[in-house]
Structures are given as structure tokens and as C-alpha cells.
Ligand binder design. Structure first.
Ligand code: SF4
Ligand code: SF4
Ligand code: FES
Length: 256
């Protein structure tokens, strides 16, 4: 469970809609901050009629943005859990707003915050530039000098090794829930990027494993993982970045 402390003098504002009396309402608290306002961050409270809203957390945010406060800012695109852009912290846990049902918070106030330990650009939008730069650094593409006659073939077993790896949507829920990444994100690559690094190491078509391992063999880039397992607990795609990290360590051990 992640706990947030708002800066000094921050306030929880009055509800934009009066607290509900009767009916089925979902109370929602949303973190707000705009670089243009010059004010401290605060939390806005909304009461959303359940029967006028879709069934996912993202539907609540869309309802607020479309009908109550158009200035509420958040990322989303696919609405299907495949683009990874709607990652945020809901009731203390990072998740994808579009695949998380309101039902899973039955009876609770929804508390929606940006991904933890990231610089906030506005409201629920965080700065992903460093995360993406780390991703680019592991060369997330096939490196292969040989030209195949037609396509590059894989056996069923070789292909199966990519399951649980290619499905990662780079939402950063895992990395931003990892205490090691919180404190060392300048040098530790974090679970998401390391899972992606292993995805290319595990690909039978890639010929650059040695260079890839050389680049990862670093006290900070890889070995800051202390198997705390927050990454596994939070991944909205049910992936296991901690295992991918352990598998990279195994490959380095074997090579040594
Ligand atoms: S491993 Fe899971 S939580 Fe981490 S970036 Fe990929 S999909 Fe998101
Ligand atoms: S297992 Fe490793 S990568 Fe995952 S949360 Fe823990 S320290 Fe971070
Ligand atoms: S909107 Fe694409 S993953 Fe949620």
C-alpha cells in the first residue's frame, strides 16, 4: 500500500457536486495539480451516480471530465488494457484505469493519484521521459545480421519462451511501485525495462545476447532488485518482472 503526503498547506477542496443523499453514488477523490495555477496540489471530491456511468475506473474519470470538470487531465487511448497509457494509483495500488472495475472497490471511496515517485506534469499525467529513455537504452528491437530466405522461424518451444514477456504494455505500474526504483531510478533500470531486456534475451531470433548482457551487468542497472515483489503484486497484466530479473541474473551467472 502506497501512502501519499501532500505538500504543506495543501487542501482537500469542497466537493464539486454536493455529497449524495440516497441513490447509488460512487465517491471519488482525485489528485489535482496544474503548473499554471501557482497553487499547491489538492484533492477534488466528486459523487458520481453509478447508473449514469460505465463500470470501470476510467469511465468515472471520463464522466468527470465530460460533465463536471473538463480541466481534469489524464492519459488514455485504447480503453482495452493494451496501450498502457492510463496507468495510475487507485486506492494505494498502481493499475490500469480502463481494466479495473468499480466493483473491485465496492463500498470504498475511490482515491485516484498519479503514479508514485514520478514528476507530475498535470493532475494524473506524469513525466515518462526518463522511463522511456531507459527503455530505449536496452535496444528493444531485434538485432540480427543474417538475412533469412523468408521469415525468421521459431519452434513452438522457442516461441513459448516469449509468453509473459511480449504481453508487457510498458505501463510502468511495476517500476513505479518498486522501492528500489523510487530511490535509484537514475541508475536502476527497474522491473518494466528489465522485463523488456529479458524479452530480447529470450528471443531465439536475436543474435546480440552477449552485448545485451554486457550492458546489463552493472551493480545499479540490474542488481538493485532486492526481490521485494511489489512489481509482481501490482502488474495489471499479471506478469512477473521479478522472475525476468532473476532469469537475467541466471544468464549472467551461466556465462561467467
Ligand atoms: S510488467 Fe506489467 S506492470 Fe510492468 S510495465 Fe509491463 S505490463 Fe506494466
Ligand atoms: S522484485 Fe525487484 S523489481 Fe520487483 S519490486 Fe522488488 S525490487 Fe523492485
Ligand atoms: S487506455 Fe490503454 S491501457 Fe488503459
Amino acid at each position: 500500500m502506497v501512502e501519499f503526503t501532500l505538500p504543506k498547506n495543501s487542501v482537500v477542496t469542497h466537493p464539486l457536486r454536493p455529497p449524495s443523499k440516497g441513490g447509488d453514488f460512487q465517491r471519488v477523490e482525485v489528485y489535482r495539480w496544474s503548473p499554471d495555477s501557482g497553487e499547491n496540489p489538492h484533492v477534488d471530491t466528486f459523487d458520481i451516480p453509478r447508473d449514469e456511468c460505465g463500470s470501470m475506473v476510467l469511465d468515472v474519470l471520463l464522466k468527470i471530465k465530460n460533465e463536471l470538470d473538463g480541466s481534469l487531465t489524464f492519459r488514455r487511448s485504447c480503453r482495452e488494457g493494451v496501450c498502457g497509457s492510463c496507468a495510475m494509483n487507485v486506492n494505494g495500488k498502481n493499475t490500469l484505469a480502463c481494466t479495473k472495475s468499480l466493483e473491485s472497490y465496492a463500498g470504498e471511496t475511490l482515491r485516484i493519484y498519479p503514479l508514485p515517485h514520478m514528476s507530475v506534469v498535470k493532475d494524473l499525467v506524469v513525466d515518462m521521459a526518463h522511463f522511456y529513455a531507459q527503455y530505449a537504452a536496452i535496444k528493444p528491437w531485434l538485432e540480427n545480421e543474417t538475412t533469412p530466405e523468408r521469415e525468421r522461424l521459431q519452434s513452438e518451444t522457442q516461441r513459448a519462451k516469449l509468453d509473459g514477456l511480449y504481453d508487457c504494455v510498458m505501463c510502468a505500474c511495476c517500476s513505479t511501485s518498486c522501492p528500489s526504483y523510487w530511490w535509484n531510478s537514475d541508475r536502476y533500470l527497474g522491473p518494466a525495462v528489465l522485463l523488456q531486456a529479458y524479452r530480447w534475451l529470450a528471443d531465439s531470433r536475436d543474435e546480440n545476447s552477449d552485448d545485451r548482457l554486457n550492458a546489463l551487468d552493472d551493480a545499479f542497472k540490474l542488481y538493485r532488485c532486492h526481490t521485494i515483489m511489489n512489481c509482481v503484486d501490482t502488474c495489471p497484466k499479471d506478469l512477473n518482472p521479478a522472475k525476468a530479473i532473476a532469469d537475467i541474473k541466471q544468464l549472467l551467472l551461466k556465462r561467467a
